[in-house]
Design a protein around this ligand. Structure first.
Ligand code: ATP
Ligand code: MG
Length: 230
């Protein structure tokens, strides 16, 4: 498998009052094309911060991040947002769906923002929502959906531009275990149709165990990628 993502000695510090808080230091990590990686660790260890850096929502204090041939540091701000729209899907812990738009419209949005045409946006959104088991919810507004359905809609939205990399921050954190596994089943079934890689930040070790590999964040500067589990 080819390498998709490389993190080389990535450090993140935040200025807090008159000192610097080091969230993590010198994280080096590689993700292969098609690989699912779980990022685990206790609350406050830096899982969301790491996803934000990989998702171009924040910048490292030092170190390099590269997706395929693109070195993040080389992107100008407007290039970064275009690159993010095209190459990366982000699913937040809370779904962030737009309440005044339907399920179909929410999912179609990133494709339209990327310059896609309306008919194709609808077609793509319908298809990906079908894979997520939501064909009969296209006209619903987010408030009419269950938590699991909202989360699956958010995942469909993150996938509409066929990103190479899907980043998910506690995607099953608000779901009961059965629904959480159902969401994972949908991601697995999509994986058989379309090649993409995924990084999932989660506290849930059962969800983590469904990934190819676990990256346990330890907080003592000894972060390392774990064993391949299957
Ligand atoms: N903008 C910020 N300014 C200062 N400190 C921050 C900022 N963002 C995050 N932090 C700190 O960085 C640390 C890591 O936060 P992060 O949200 O990445 O943790 P997490 O592993 O995702 O935790 P959780 O499991 O609770 O979601 C925390 O101690 C947090 O307080
Ligand atoms: Mg978090």
């Amino acid at each position: 498998m080819n390498r998709l993502l490389t993190l080389d000695k990535v450090t993140k510090t935040f200025p807090v009052r008159d000192s610097l808080l080091t969230v993590f230091k010198d994280i080096s990590l590689e993700l292969k094309d098609g690989e699912f990686l779980a990022v685990t660790g206790v609350s406050g260890i830096g899982k969301s911060t790491l996803l934000h850096l990989v998702g171009l929502l924040d910048t490292p204090s030092s170190g390099k991040i590269q997706l395929n041939d693109t070195l993040y540091i080389s992107l100008k701000p407007e290039e970064a947002s275009r690159f993010r729209n095209r190459e990366i899907g982000f699913v937040f812990q809370f779904h962030h769906l737009l309440p005044e738009f339907t399920v179909l419209e929410n999912v179609a949005m990133p494709f339209l923002i990327g310059g896609g045409n309306r008919d194709e946006a609808k077609e793509r959104a319908g298809e990906i929502l079908g894979i997520m088991g939501l064909s009969d919810r296209l006209g619903h507004f987010p408030s009419m959906l269950s938590g699991g359905e909202q989360q699956r809609t958010a995942i469909a939205r993150a996938l509409i531009n066929e990103p190479k990399l899907l980043l998910m921050d506690e995607p099953t954190g608000n779901l009961d275990p059965r629904t959480g596994h159902m969401v994972m089943d949908h991601l697995d079934s999509l994986r058989k149709k379309r090649k993409y890689s995924c990084i999932i930040a989660t506290h849930n070790m059962k969800i983590a165990a469904r990934c190819d590999r676990i990256f346990p964040m330890s907080g003592n500067g000894e972060n390392h990628a774990g064993e391949i589990l299957r």
